[in-house]
Each structure stands twice: as structure tokens, then as C-alpha cells.
Ligand binder design. Sequence first.
Ligand code: FHN
Length: 402
Amino acid sequence: MLIHWGLYSILGRGEWVMHAEHIPFKEYAKLAEKFKPSKFNADRWVSLAKEAGMKYLVLTTRHHDGFCLYNSKVSDFTSVKTAAQRDFIAEYVKACRKAGLKVGLYYSLGDWRFGIPKISGTPAQARAMVAQAHAQVRELMANYGKIDLLWYDGGWCYPSLPDDGKREVARFWKSEKLNALVRKLQPHILINDRSGLPEDFGTPEGHVGAEESGRACESCMTMGDSYFSGWGYIKDNFNFKTTTQLIQCLVTAASGGGNYLLNIGPKPDGGIRKQEVDRLRAIGKWMKVNGESIYGSQRLPAKQACIPWGYGTFGITTVKGNSGYLHFFRWPGETAVVTGIRNRVLSARILGSNKKINAQQTADGRLFLKGLPGKPPNRNDTVIVLKLDRRPESFNYADIPL
Ligand code: FHN
């Protein structure tokens, strides 16, 4: 679960509202005197993530607007030194650990109060912004116990990144030095790829992507519409993705061996919108039955994956060990035909049922699954698990006597 929450939530027009509406900082900063979230309860946020089957959370410690949800000694623009008088990050990390979930912290390197280098602001302001980033990342890594994931953002500083874009960003933020400090303070931590360095995992945004084989990947996405800056609370935006779409994104990420980081934008009082709660609970209900097809999923080795199983018919496949999980987004009725499987199928059954399915294979690699229910047991995604004779293998097109 990714959570975007801060002063911008009060205005209810997305997390970029200060910049997008050219709100003078002095005017925007007054919001801090109204930020007294009466319904903020970290345990409730964390338990909802757990109910959805999620294994970790990532909460904004500071977004581009500069307002810190934690006790920073190098800024007065924090939730501890203004009306709320609370260290929300301290409450959040405690709740994650109590629930047995991993702790992720989102930190925006960029801070609009210092301008945007090469667009606005002076070199002195740019240097001060870098110094703030190093000091605040040190605070977050040193003062809040074991942190499992550091999710940088806002490293972009340029209107159009020069050819060596990422290296330029890493040079500007002194990211090698910064991340060496992070790993010294938190030796086991995972760092994302948004400080200008590749570090531990890639972060496709707004769509499900994959990194080159062997590199970890985490696709992040809003639950509402994907239009720009839909991560923070938007009061009157009802363009939410359906539960089916969200589950299909989760499955697609898992089919590539990646994670899916799904965002919510809590209301200014700390409450969570019904649209988000309903979808998280529905995902959790599906995960209770089908989680084994997601957790620990691997990716078919690239050389073998030239025919994704059942390509173009029922949906998508996730694999783990000697099992293949056929995710039926479209239900075929009483008989399904699945192509591309090179393995011998030892058994087949619908997850959530103990009833074995009649599975017959032909020499040209087609699998017939017979005696299925006429209607899909789960309209979002019904999963059929195949126990296989060895690690999953696909046919190549050249092998198929078409
Ligand atoms: O500008 C931010 C945006 O507000 C949001 O935080 C997303 C989340 O991945 N990251 C940046 C846009 O890429």
C-alpha cells in the first residue's frame, strides 16, 4: 500500500495543488494550522492493508510541498511543530511493526520551497535543498527503528533531463554518498531507483511493467483515475478503477515476478474513502482464496516464454516452483483449452476447491480442462492451479506443428 497524505489533502485537489494552482508558499503554509486529523489512526490504515493481503506499506514522510509528517530537526514545517503536534511517521512505523508488516518510507528529494533547479531558484537554494535531503534522510534512517524500504521520489529537477539524465540527477543529489549512509544505518534496506541510481528495484508508474530478468520490480498505481497527480486525496473524483481491473494489474505484476504498489489518498481527517476501503476488502477476499498464486511468484525464464500459456484466450499465468496458475479473467464455460504448456500436467483444480479437474493433453501441447462449472466461481479472476512434472516450460512457436 502506498499512501499519499499531507496538507494537500485538506484542499482535496491532488498532491500537486500548491504547484499547479501557483499557491504562494506563505498562503499554502497556513494549511498547517488546520491540519488536526481527528480520525488519523495508523492501526486502522495498517489493518486495512493487511486485510487486503498486502505485505508492506509506504507512507509519504514529505512530498514536494515540503511539509514533513515527522519530527524533522532541520525544518519548522512539520506536523510536530504545527497544529497537529503529532509525529505521524512514528505512529505509522509502530502500527506496521505491531501488525507484522514491513515499513516503507516515501521521501521526496525535491522541495518546491527551494525552487526547481534550472527552472527557478538560485544555486544557493539548490545547495540548501540537497543539504536538507541528506539531513532528513539521515533523520528518517536513524530515528525510527528498522526501515525496510526507502522510496525516493521528486529526484527530477530538470525541465528535460539531459542525455545522461539519471547520472545528472545522481550527481545533483550526491546520491551515491546519500545511499551509502542509508545502507550504513539500515544494512538490509531496499532502495528504489528514483535517486538517479538503479539501486534495488525499478518503479514503473501508472502501469504494470517489468525490469530486465533478475531485477526486482514494483509497479505503482493509483486506485482512482491515473490522470496526473491523482495520488493525494481528490474530493470529487469518482473515476475509480474496478476491483477486477486492480486484481488484473496485481496478477500481471506477479506474472513478471514483480510487486504491485497500490495507492490510497486518505482524507484530511485521516479517514479513508469508501471507494478505497471497498476495493481493498474485495481484493483481500480474493487473496484469501488465491494468494498462493501471487505471493512468491516467479517469471518464466525469458527464453522459454515466447508463448505465454493460453495466449490471447483466458487471461494470464503466474508460476511458482512446479506449479502453474491459470488466471481466468474470461471464463470459457465447461471446457477450457490452454496452449503452450510443454510440461506434463499431473493434476488440475480450481483454487478454493478440492475437486480435481479432468485434464487431458495432446501431443501438440494443448491442454483440455473438462467438467468446469458453467459460470466462473470468481467473476474477478478464477484461478486453476496445475501441478507439473517440473519447473514450468513453454513451447516455442517453432515447436508447434500449426
Ligand atoms: O510527482 C510525484 C507524484 O505526485 C506522485 O508522488 C508519484 C507517485 O509515484 N511520483 C511523482 C510523479 O512521478
